[in-house]
Write a protein that binds this ligand. Structure first.
Ligand SMILES: [Zn+2]
Length: 470
């Protein structure tokens, strides 16, 4: 950002804050309260399965109601409840939904230095399953609700809070149920949830990401059929041989590169904050010259596979089964492909492409089952909400904001399919942490205390800007 633009930007910041006139919370004083809720939530064992999210639901409801915010425990399974609460606005604008999921992935306790549900504070970090996925979001959303109420912030739109169960692989009892049975309770114009974050490298903030799209799981299986027989008499129709050939072909295949507004903007902006030798690849992959693009694609696949996946619908063969004893030729063998589709991919057409790649009549190509996540439209990147996120990224983190597309799935998929414009946010974490085994879903998980508090301030900044009366 140039100096001139910075001046204009600062002037507009002052204008915005004068407009909003929200009373400022005393952040230093709020740190104990934030930490107390965060640790309490982390100490509730909600590993999924079985989840037991109702224990979180009861805690959250108690905290909200103590502040005078009515909260409702809802759900289809009494052990796996969601919580909904609403702060009323003046109705000038449609509601904003803020949500966090209350379940966490399972743990291998032997791998943890501190017990995974102890929320131990050590060396400036808090350790525990859920510290970055997703009890930081849940805590920040909860704190924001408490503060909006406590400081009597006038609102132009309702702010709806949702603590949702089952995000980690059982969304049917969480967002799926909320959307099918209680949509009126969470119906909103905009939603903030997990999926974004702030990247620190060498301890310095480099950039912030806001998740505006995600890939959609569209699992496919390959089933090879052949003639069974005695292993001492090899057969050309051997199902395992046919399956192996088919898997090798789809494994080598790189589906067509396609950009959307989010990924185009992401790579352009990422290039602007990356060292020149790396930035070159981000610019080249956007090139219209097929040879230039191909070389960048090769580099990304080799060095930054997550970025390679963002370019296309990806296919990863992850399960291979067939045969049951060494002297029997089996009549069937099966492989399961993890397919992550670009949001605008036509599943039926993609299936036809896979069939053409396999090109073997002995191998059936079909979807693994019902689609658990629907596709939805891309939210706007030029509206007041995205601008509020960018402004908060500058104010709170002094960072540029990149829209991003997750390669994995989140509960925002169901909401986007209902027309809610969703934006994924997250606290700042060290780029170096996941390779050391401290990321979301890693052997261990941790968050810097200072980043928890900064994330609460970020939430406050964004939410008061989007929902506060102007
Ligand atoms: Zn999560």
């Amino acid at each position: 950002m140039g100096f001139g633009r910075l001046t204009i930007f600062l002037a507009s910041l002052i204008a915005v804050s004068m407009l909003a006139q929200s009373p400022a919370p005393d952040w230093a004083k709020l740190q104990d309260e934030t930490m107390q809720h965060y640790q309490a939530l982390l100490r509730i064992d909600t590993r999924n399965p079985p989840g037991n999210e109702t224990v979180v639901a009861e805690y959250v409801k108690r905290v909200l109601e103590k502040e005078g915010i009515p909260a409702q425990i809802v759900g289809s399974d009494p052990k796996r409840s969601n919580v909904v609460a609403r702060l009323k606005g003046n109705g000038k604008k449609k509601p904003l939904l803020i949500m966090g999921h209350s379940d966490v992935v399972t743990v291998d306790e032997a791998k943890w230095k501190f017990p995974p549900f102890s929320a131990t504070r050590d060396g400036g970090y808090v350790y525990g399953r859920g510290t970055v996925d997703d009890k930081d979001n849940l805590t920040a959303a909860l704190m924001t609700m408490l503060l909006l109420k406590r400081l009597k912030v006038p609102l132009d739109r309702d702010v709806i809070f949702l603590s949702e169960a089952g995000e980690e692989g059982s969304s049917g009892i969480g967002i799926g149920w909320m959307v099918s049975d209680r949509f009126a309770d969470i119906d909103a114009e905009y939603c903030l949830a997990e999926g974004g974050g702030v990247v620190r490298i060498g301890g310095d903030v480099k950039y912030a990401t806001v998740q505006t799209l995600e890939k959609i799981p569209r699992g496919i299986e390959l089933v090879a059929h052949g003639i069974s027989g005695h292993g001492s008499v090899p057969l050309k129709s051997n199902a395992i041989v046919h399956l192996a050939g088919a898997v090798a072909k789809v494994g080598d295949w790189r589906p067509e590169i396609r950009f959307n507004e989010t990924t185009g903007s992401y790579f352009r902006k990422l290039a602007s904050v990356s060292p020149p030798e790396i930035a070159k690849h981000y610019r080249d992959v956007l090139s219209t010259d097929p040879a230039v693009r191909r070389a960048a694609d090769d580099w990304l696949l080799e060095n930054e596979p997550r970025h390679s996946s963002m370019l296309r619908t990806s296919v990863s063969p992850n399960i291979f089964t067939g045969g049951y004893r060494s002297n029997v030729i089996p009549s069937e063998a099966k492989a399961t492909l993890d397919v992550r589709a670009l949001p605008d991919e036509d599943p039926a057409k993609f299936l036809e492409q896979v069939k053409r790649v396999v090109n073997d009549p002995a191998v059936d190509v079909r979807f693994t089952g019902q689609f658990a996540r629907p596709a939805g439209p891309e939210p706007r990147l030029d509206n007041d909400v995205f601008k509020a996120l960018e402004a908060a990224g500058t104010r709170v983190y002094n960072a540029i904001t990149l829209p991003t597309m997750s390669t994995g799935a989140t509960d925002m998929a169901q909401l986007r399919a209902k027309g809610v414009q969703c934006y994924g946010i997250g606290s700042a974490t060290d780029f170096e942490d996941p390779p050391k085994g401290f990321g979301a879903h890693s052997d261990q998980e941790r968050l810097l205390e200072s980043e928890l508090h900064r994330f609460v301030r970020f939430n406050w900044d964004v939410i008061t800007n989007i929902a506060g009366a102007k």
